[in-house]
Design a protein around this ligand. Structure first.
Ligand SMILES: [Zn+2]
Length: 139
């Protein structure tokens, strides 16, 4: 971790994600997901999935957490945790990996958790190798 970045408390991220996972709006899939971002301002921003009767209009937990971060004044993701139920790892979907990339570096930790806690740690580069990001558009 670079100097000046907040200390990462994955237990605090898990607690924040678990709190909003229970509030997720998932009447169609009944698959509730919570996410929590530790931002560069030291604040934790949670988000949950919000489904819609018109299925593609629903949004992911990571998307909600990113919106909360931006609205709260955070600009960089120091770490993100995603929490879902079931046996399989609930990793961010492809679109969310790109959404995270906008605000994170390839080294940013992505913790994937289940009800029992963090199951596996990834770097963003492991989930989204050779990514396209903001640097591509800087001249
Ligand atoms: Zn997603």
């Amino acid at each position: 971790m670079r100097a000046g970045q907040p200390e990462i408390d994955f237990e605090a991220l898990f607690a924040a994600a678990a709190r909003v996972q229970s509030l997720a709006y998932a009447p169609y899939s009944n698959f509730k997901v919570g996410a929590a971002i530790l931002a560069d301002d030291g604040a934790v921003y949670p988000g949950c999935n919000v489904e819609n009767a018109a299925y593609p209009s629903g949004s992911c937990a990571e998307q909600g957490a990113i919106s909360a971060m931006v609205a709260g004044g955070g600009r960089r993701i120091a770490a993100i945790l995603v929490l879902g139920d079931g046996e399989a790892l609930v990793t961010p979907c492809g679109a969310c990996r790109q959404r995270i990339r906008e605000f994170a570096s390839p080294e940013t930790p992505v913790a994937v958790a289940g009800p029992d806690g963090v199951r596996q740690m990834f770097s963003l580069a492991e989930l989204l190798p050779a990514s396209f990001g903001p640097d591509n558009l800087r001249r």
